[in-house]
Design a protein around this ligand. Structure first.
Ligand code: BTN
Length: 330
């Protein structure tokens, strides 16, 4: 997918980034974008106002020296490069209730697969099992992806598993941190949660109309920025790596990995995804207790099946197939 003509700022940022520190002249940019030099100058002024550090000299052209740590749709799009389907449409809101709710509204109105909605903060961020998701302003990545997968509702766990592998890879690429994946939707470091996935689907009996994949990543939260109930069980990439992580760069990397992963899933690659997932999963091979509503299953987490369900060998010897629930290690 190419950057659309309407994303002039994204294209300017892409050209400046591709120049790798060498200046790009106003007339060069004007020619490539099909706009006047004055229009280029006006866009550069606007980008500067947004916090991009762009120098200009009579013989040096425009040079991009720095970008703000703010989520800006054109910036994220410009960092994506070539993708298959994610990021054709990127929305960023300063504040919202829940990006899953916004994405669901867009999907209901016909938004294309791959549409992404970020918010700098959420005041009613939702986690699984009716929990809240702490989403303070400009500290994390809180976003939702609209997908229109061509499979049955029973296979929806595949979406969560696929998203988990993409987040795992992106975080490793950008920070060097190796996460652990806890079935089905947690990404942890040393047993503390740094990211979670909330997959919600709208489905008929035999087909998914659309799915909303909500992703929350604790990026630059410090210890004292977690509510006390979360302090012992949550962490952030900043706490674990000791360094502030540039959120726009991580956002684009996660989208790129999600794009590659969902492309693979669409093309019969779930086996490969599941194999990667199993290699980095902290749930398999452990004795676990899973609460599913009022019921609790205890046993040995043996495998993942082709729909993404967890196969548990219960303490009584029989196999249980679990498609959702709250896992704790026994
Ligand atoms: C969980 O681990 O329980 C899932 C957490 C998912 C949180 C994300 S943040 C963006 C999106 N919007 C929400 O309200 N929730 C998801």
């Amino acid at each position: 997918m190419r950057i659309g003509r309407q994303h002039v700022d994204a294209r300017i940022l892409s050209f400046l980034r591709a120049a790798g520190g060498v200046g790009v002249s106003g007339s060069d940019l004007a020619g490539r974008l099909g706009i006047s030099r004055a229009a280029v100058w006006a866009r550069i002024e606007e980008l500067r106002r947004l916090g991009f550090e762009i120098t200009a000299g009579p013989h040096k052209g425009y040079q991009l020296l720095g970008a703000p740590d703010r989520l800006i749709a054109d910036d994220i799009i410009s960092r994506l490069g070539r993708v298959h389907m994610i990021g054709g449409d990127v929305h960023v809101f300063r504040e919202t209730n829940s990006t899953n709710d916004l994405a669901e509204r867009l999907a209901r109105d016909g938004a294309q697969t791959g549409t992404v909605v970020f918010a700098e903060s959420q005041n009613k961020g939702r986690g699984r099992l009716g929990r809240n998701w702490h989403s303070p302003a400009e500290k994390g990545l809180w976003f939702s992806l609209v997908l229109r997968p061509k499979f049955r509702p029973q296979e929806a766990t595949r979406l969560t598993i696929t998203a988990a592998t993409a987040i795992f890879k992106a975080v490793r690429n950008i920070t060097g941190i190796t996460l652990e994946i806890k079935w089905p939707n947690d990404l942890q470091i040393h047993g503390r949660k740094v990211a979670g996935i909330l997959t919600e689907i709208k489905a008929e009996l035999d087909s998914v109309r659309y799915a909303i994949i909500g992703i929350g990543v604790n990026v630059n939260l410090r210890k004292n920025e977690f509510p006390s109930a979360l302090k012992a069980v949550s962490s952030s990439l900043l706490i674990e790596s000791g360094a502030v992580v540039p959120r726009p760069m991580l956002a684009a990397e996660i989208l790129r990995e999600l794009d590659a992963a969902f492309y693979k899933l669409d093309n019969g690659g779930f086996g490969e995804i599941a194999e990667f997932w199993q290699r980095h999963c902290s749930t398999l091979g452990r004795h676990v207790s899973i609460r599913i509503g009022e019921r609790t299953t205890t046993g040995y987490a043996e495998a993942l099946d082709e729909e993404g369900a967890l196969i548990i060998r219960s303490d009584f010897g029989h196999l249980d197939r679990v498609t959702g629930g709250d896992v704790s290690f026994v």
